[in-house]
Design a protein around this ligand. Structure first.
Ligand SMILES: Cc1ncc(C[n+]2csc(CCOP(=O)(O)OP(=O)(O)O)c2C)c(N)n1
Ligand SMILES: [Mg+2]
Length: 488
C-alpha cells in the first residue's frame, strides 16, 4: 500500500494554497473585530522541513517543486500561516478517512510550532483614553445601561476599599479585592440574563452586586452573622445566593468549572433558554478540572461560557511560569471550543463578547471560551503582600491609566452622561452605605453552635453528636475564650 502510494505521487501535481491571516509579532495586538479563534487563531507559520534527496523522491517531483516554489516566490501574500494542499490524485490517497473526520495527507515532515511569537489578537472597543475606535464592532449601549454599569463598578471599588480596611482593623478575618477587574465583573454580568447560572471563583462579587445582592448581604457574609446564608460556616468572601442563581464560592481552585458544565448539561436536557457562566483565573487553567471540563463541554455541546480572567498572576506565580502557550485562548482551539481573547479592562469589549457568547451558547448549544487580559491590581488576598514578588511600578501602571473604571468614566463623560459632581456625590453616598452595612452586620449575633452540626445528615451520626456535646462543654467551661455573641 505504501509503495503504490509513493509511485503514484510521482505524477501528481500539487497546488499549495496559502491562506493569509493577518498576524502580529511578539506582543498580542488589539483588534476591533469580534472573532472567535476558529477564524482568528493563527496556526504556526510553516517551517518547511529539511529537504533531503531521499524524501524528494518520496514526496515531490520536479513539476511539484517548480509549481510550489514559483508560487512562493511570486506570491503577493507576505505572511502565510496555513497551508492546505490540494492533491490531484485518487481520493483514497488525498486524505485519511479517520473516525474523527477526514485528515489531509502531507509529504512534509513538519511539526506544529510552539512559538508564541505570533499571538492571538485581543478584541477591544475603547482605546486607553476611553475613545471608541471608529470601526469597532460594538452594540449600541443606552445611557441608562452605561451609567448603571459605571456606578456598579464604582460601588465595587468602594466596597473593596472599605471592607479591606475593616479587615486591616481586625474586624473581619479575611478579604480579597477585585481591584483592576471591576469591568470584568460588572460588564460580563450586564450582558447575561439574571437567571443564567453563575459558577464563580472568588474574584467576581460584582456579578452578585449587579444582580441585586445588597451591601447588607455582603456585610452579613463577611461578618458571618446569623443572617448569612452559609450560617457562618464559610470564610469571608465565599458568597452564594440561590435567589440570584449564584453558586457558593469554593476556595478549591477550579472545582467550579466541571460543576458549571454539569449544570449546563442539565439546561440542555431541559431545553432551557439560558446558559451557565463560570469564572476562573489563569492559575485555574493549570488544573485537571479545567481541562476535563473543557473537553466534556465540547463533546456534549452544552451552553456554558468559560470566562478566564487572565490577570497575570496566580498569587506569586506569574503567567510565564503558569503556561508556555499563547495564554489561554489557544486552549479553546485545542478542545474544539470557539474562543476569543478580549481586553479585560475595556467594559464595552467585555459586554459585547459576553453578549455574543451567550447568544452562541444558547442558540448553537456550544461552549465558548473567553480569555480576558487584565491585571490583579491588588494583593492576592489580605494574607498576601504582592510587593514581595512584583514591582510597585508594575502595580502602579495598571492602577493608573490602565484602570478599567477610569477608562469607562472617560467614555461616559465624553457622551455627556457623567460629570465630577455626580462622581463625588455617588462615591460619598456609597461609602456611607457600606460603612452603615458594616455597623449593622457587626452588631448582629453569630449563628448558634448547633449550626455547625446540622444540615449535612438527616439523622446525625453518633460521633457528630459526641462532638457537639464536647464543644458545648468546652465553651461553657472557658466562656471568656469564646465570642459572647455565639448562642450556645
Ligand atoms: C486546588 C487548589 N490548589 C491551590 C490552592 C491555593 N490557591 C488559592 S488561590 C490560588 C491562585 C489562583 O490564581 P488564579 O486562578 O490565577 O486566580 P486569581 O487569584 O489570580 O484571581 C492558589 C494556588 C487552592 N485554593 N486550591
Ligand atoms: Mg490570576
Amino acid at each position: 500500500m505504501a509503495s503504490s502510494c509513493l509511485t503514484k505521487t510521482k505524477h501528481n501535481i500539487i497546488i499549495s494554497i496559502f491562506k493569509s491571516i493577518s498576524i502580529s509579532k511578539s506582543k498580542s495586538s488589539f483588534t476591533n473585530r469580534t472573532s472567535t479563534s476558529t477564524n482568528s487563531l493563527s496556526s504556526p507559520v510553516p517551517k518547511y522541513a529539511a529537504y533531503s534527496k531521499t524524501n524528494r523522491t518520496i514526496g515531490f517531483n520536479r513539476c511539484y517543486e517548480q509549481a510550489y516554489f514559483s508560487r512562493r516566490l511570486h506570491s503577493t501574500v507576505s505572511v502565510s500561516n496555513d497551508v492546505a494542499q490540494l492533491v490531484v490524485e485518487p481520493p483514497s490517497q488525498q486524505f485519511l478517512d479517520f473516525p474523527g473526520g477526514k485528515v489531509n495527507f502531507t509529504r512534509k515532515l513538519m511539526f506544529t510550532s510552539n512559538s508564541t511569537a505570533e499571538r492571538v489578537h485581543c478584541y477591544r472597543v475603547l482605546d486607553d483614553n476611553g475613545q471608541p475606535f471608529n470601526d469597532s464592532e460594538s452594540l449600541k449601549i443606552s445611557k441608562e445601561l452605561a451609567v448603571k454599569m459605571y456606578t456598579n463598578m464604582v460601588t465595587l471599588e468602594v466596597m473593596d476599599t472599605v471592607f479591606y480596611e475593616s479587615q486591616r482593623q481586625g474586624r473581619i478575618s479575611f478579604y480579597a479585592t477585585t481591584t483592576g477587574e471591576e469591568a470584568i465583573n460588572i460588564a460580563s454580568a450586564a450582558a447575561l440574563n439574571n437567571n443564567d447560572f453563575v459558577f464563580p471563583q472568588y474574584r467576581e462579587p460584582g456579578v452578585l452586586l449587579w444582580r441585586g445582592f445588597t451591601l447588607q448581604e455582603f456585610a452579613n457574609q463577611l461578618f458571618g452573622n446569623k443572617f448569612e446564608y452559609g450560617k457562618g460556616r464559610q470564610m469571608p468572601i465565599h458568597y452564594g445566593s440561590r435567589k440570584h442563581s449564584y453558586f457558593t464560592v469554593a476556595s478549591t481552585v477550579a472545582t467550579q468549572i466541571p460543576h458549571a458544565v454539569g449544570a449546563a448539561y442539565s439546561l440542555k436536557m431541559e431545553k432551557q433558554d439560558s446558559c451557565v457562566i463560570t469564572y476562573f483565573g489563569d492559575g485555574g487553567t493549570s488544573t485537571a478540572d479545567f481541562h476535563a471540563a473543557m473537553n466534556f463541554a465540547a463533546v456534549t455541546e452544552v451552553p456554558v461560557i468559560f470566562f478566564c480572567r487572565n490577570n497575570g498572576w496566580a498569587i506569586s506565580t506569574p503567567v510565564h511560569e503558569q503556561f508556555r502557550s499563547d495564554g489561554v485562548v489557544v486552549k479553546g482551539k485545542a478542545y474544539g471550543v470557539p474562543s476569543i481573547r478580549i481586553d479585560g479592562n475595556d467594559a464595552l469589549a467585555i459586554y459585547n463578547a459576553v453578549h455574543e457568547a451567550r447568544k452562541m451558547a444558547i442558540k448553537e448549544q456550544t461552549p465558548v471560551l473567553i480569555e480576558a487580559l487584565t491585571y490583579r491590581a491588588g494583593h492576592h488576598t489580605t494574607s498576601d503582600d504582592s510587593t514581595r514578588y512584583r514591582s510597585i511600578d508594575e502595580i502602579e501602571k495598571w492602577r493608573g491609566d490602565q484602570s478599567p473604571i477610569k477608562r469607562f468614566r472617560k467614555w461616559i463623560e465624553n457622551e455627556g452622561w457623567w460629570n465630577d459632581v455626580a462622581e463625588s456625590e455617588y462615591r460619598s453616598s456609597i461609602r456611607k452605605q457600606v460603612a452603615q452595612a458594616i455597623q449593622v452586620a457587626e452588631r448582629i449575633e453569630k449563628p448558634p453552635v448547633a449550626d455547625m452540626f446540622n444540615d449535612v445528615y438527616d439523622v446525625p451520626p453518633r460521633n457528630l453528636n459526641e462532638q457537639e456535646v464536647f464543644v458545648r462543654k468546652t465553651v461553657t467551661k472557658h466562656r471568656r475564650d469564646y465570642p459572647s455573641d455565639v448562642p450556645l
